[in-house]
Each structure stands twice: as structure tokens, then as C-alpha cells.
Design a protein around this ligand. Structure first.
Ligand code: NAD
Ligand code: ZN
Length: 345
């Protein structure tokens, strides 16, 4: 596993740089992290190459990789160079992918600056880019040399992005730690202790990934909320309505999938009510209508059919516990989505 350090970047980055002998350093940032986070690094880094790209998921494609590879090539980076990915999941996934493939792989460190990237994307070694409209279609598994997390970066993050990342923290608590779930659900978003929660979430994800790095089994529990959530996210892309952030869609997925678990008698009414009430308190504005249910379901089934298999999902089987490869039917998924829709009618 990569080491993950949660500390002020002014301490963790020099310590990491001292431990290796790098021939050159590149920082990859987007417009926002250039403005809000790069000043912190600039003062402590030795000579380096800055690669600045536009912000947004639309940039996570092969043409941007070419810009990055071009910059490394122009600066004569050899195989002992280091790439620092300063940004959210987009920069981490794409900058990591570029580093992992440049000259068959050079060192890279993730410096995640969004909550989603700190608690999820920067840990676990999944790297890649979108291709022809398919998310994360091209990529590799490669662990970073280190992950340096500084919670201070979260202070400039827009609240909507913070709330989106919080969905992964909720997920980590629900699948792995009932006590922590009890802690977070008593607090609103603005009352959470991010340093503690980031450390906790990273530990959960690392533990799961360490047991199953390539997602043959246990790692699938990290997909809780994501089967229906991804379908909701994809469906909203086709709608004139406002785009949903990843975590907002996963919040819908977690409620719908919790209902499925309840129907299968895997969790009790009490836990279902806790999940439904808390997620509504935090994300209440995400609405599904009657017309949305069938197309979302179709997306889920399409996705699974492509694999030529029956539909299997990760469903909670108690507070802080999740089962994977649970066989489900389309009718059960429909009831999950209808349950969610019924709540915010
Ligand atoms: P993002 O990288 O687009 O960041 C969201 C927005 O926040 C961007 O506009 C960014 O410029 C801005 N931003 C970043 N840090 C900031 C800061 N400190 N202050 C102000 N603004 C800041 O999106 P994200 O939500 O971090 O990540 C989403 C991506 O992560 C998706 O592409 C998804 O596929 C990927 N992902 C990967 C994994 C994995 O395991 N590799 C897991 C989950 C998600
Ligand atoms: Zn997610």
C-alpha cells in the first residue's frame, strides 16, 4: 500500500522529497487548484515544471494527457522524475495515469485537494481517463509513491463539492463502522470534524483495498450506493436539469439500495430510517420523478448486460457491514428507485 500522510503540506512534502532522489519534479494543477492550493507548494518546492490545465471532468481525456506528456518530454524528464498531482479526482486520476505510462512509469504523488479525492479517489491506485463518453474507460491500476493529504485545502472548496465528497464518507461508515455512522449522523455538514473523518475514511478504504487490490471480492463493498447511483448520475447527464455531482447521485443510490437491503431482510427498519432521514437532511434537493425510474433502471441493466451476467450488487447486511455479489432482480431495483421517488414526491 502507499503511505498516506495527513499533515500540513509544508511538513509532509519536504519530508517526502528528502526521502527520494528525484531528477526533476512536475506539478499538475487545474485552474482552481493553481489559484487556491499551488501557492502553498510553490514556496516549499525546489525548481519544478508546472503543468496547468482547465478544471472539470470534460478535461479528463486523452488530449489533455498529450499536453501533460508533451510538457514532461519538453522538460526532458527521465525515468527518475516525479509528478505531483495537485487537485481533485480529475487531476489525480489523469495525472497519475500520465505518470504511470510516461516512459513505462515514473514516480508520482497524490496531493488530493477535494474531499472526494482525499477520502476516495487518491487511495487505491485506480487511474485513468474518460473515453468516447465512457467514464474511466482507459486506465491502469498503479499505486502512487505517496499520498499527502492536507485538510486545510478543504477550506476553499465550494460547499456543494464538500457535500458531494461527504457521500463517500457516509458510505465508508455504513459499510464498515457503525459507531462512526452514529457519530456523523448526529451532525450537519457544517458541524463535521473533517480531519478526523478524512483519517477514518482513508483507513477504511485502505483496509478494504489492501485485502483485495484488484476488486475480485471484498473491494466490491466500496460500490455500495453506486449501482443505482451511477445510473442516476449518467441519466442526469442526458437531462436538461442541472447536472448532479457524483456524491449527490450516490446519495440517491444509497437510499434506494438501503431499501433493497431492507426488502431482502438484510437490514432492519431502524437502519433504513436512519439512512433515509440523514441523507434527506443533507442532500434533500435531489428529486426523482415517476418518469425517471424506468430510464435509470434501463441504464443499470444495460451496464450489467454488457458483462453478460446476472445483476449482482453490494448491499448492506447490518449497521457498518456490507455484503457483495448479492443477486438482485430488476423488480427489486425498481422498488428501490420507487421508494426513493416516493420519499421526495
Ligand atoms: P474535480 O477534480 O473535478 O474537482 C472538483 C472541483 O473542485 C474542480 O472544479 C476543481 O478545480 C475544484 N477544486 C479542487 N480542489 C479545490 C480546492 N481545494 N479549492 C477550491 N476548488 C477546488 O472532481 P472530484 O470530485 O475531486 O473528483 C471526481 C473525479 O474523481 C471523477 O473523474 C471520478 O471518476 C474520479 N474518482 C476516482 C476514484 C478512484 O478510485 N480513482 C474514485 C472516485 C472518483
Ligand atoms: Zn463514488
Amino acid at each position: 500500500m502507499s503511505t498516506v500522510t495527513i499533515a500540513p503540506i509544508a511538513e509532509s512534502l519536504p519530508a517526502f522529497l528528502d526521502s527520494y532522489d528525484f531528477s526533476a519534479i512536475a506539478v499538475i494543477a487545474d485552474n482552481h487548484t493553481f489559484r487556491y492550493c499551488y501557492p502553498e507548494l510553490k514556496t516549499i518546492l525546489p525548481k519544478h515544471t508546472l503543468v496547468r490545465i482547465k478544471a472539470g471532468e470534460e478535461q479528463k481525456h486523452i488530449a489533455t494527457c498529450e499536453l501533460i506528456w508533451d510538457a514532461l518530454t519538453r522538460a526532458n524528464f527521465d525515468r527518475h522524475a516525479l509528478v505531483l498531482n495537485l487537485g481533485g479526482g480529475v487531476i489525480g486520476d489523469m495525472g497519475g495515469f500520465c505518470a504511470a505510462t510516461y516512459k513505462r512509469g515514473i514516480a508520482f504523488a497524490q496531493i488530493p485537494t477535494t474531499l472526494l479525492a482525499q477520502v476516495d479517489a487518491s487511495v487505491g491506485g485506480k487511474l485513468g481517463i474518460d473515453f468516447r463518453g465512457y467514464k474511466n474507460h482507459i486506465g491502469v491500476f498503479q499505486l502512487p509513491n505517496t499520498v499527502l493529504i492536507d485538510p486545510v485545502f478543504l477550506t476553499t472548496l465550494p460547499e456543494r463539492e464538500l457535500r458531494s465528497g461527504f457521500a463517500e464518507i457516509i458510505k465508508h461508515c455504513l459499510i464498515a463502522d457503525a459507531t462512526m455512522w452514529d457519530e456523523i449522523r448526529r451532525r450537519d455538514l457544517d458541524e463535521q470534524d473533517w480531519s478526523t473523518l478524512v483519517a477514518h475514511s482513508v483507513a477504511v478504504k485502505q483496509r478494504v483495498v489492501a485485502e483485495d487490490p484488484t476488486e475480485k471480492g471484498l473491494r466490491k463493498i466500496l460500490n455500495f450506493g453506486h449501482t443505482l447511483g451511477h445510473a442516476v448520475e449518467t441519466y442526469f447527464l442526458t437531462q436538461p436539469r442541472k447536472r448532479l455531482l457524483h456524491g449527490e447521485a450516490i446519495a440517491v443510490g444509497m437510499v434506494a439500495e438501503a431499501f433493497m437491503a431492507f426488502q431482502k431482510k438484510m437490514i432492519d427498519q431502524d437502519l433504513l430510517t436512519q439512512i433515509e432521514e440523514y441523507i434527506f437532511a443533507v442532500y434533500g434537493n435531489v428529486r426523482l420523478t415517476d418518469e425517471d425510474v424506468e430510464p435509470v433502471l434501463a441504464l443499470t441493466l444495460q451496464d450489467k448486460k454488457n458483462r453478460g451476467k446476472e445483476v449482482r450488487m453490494s448491499l448492506l447486511d447490518g449497521p457498518g457491514s456490507c455484503a457483495f455479489d448479492v443477486h438482485v432482480t430488476a423488480a427489486e431495483m425498481r422498488r428501490g428507485l420507487e421508494f426513493y421517488r416516493g420519499l421526495n414526491k
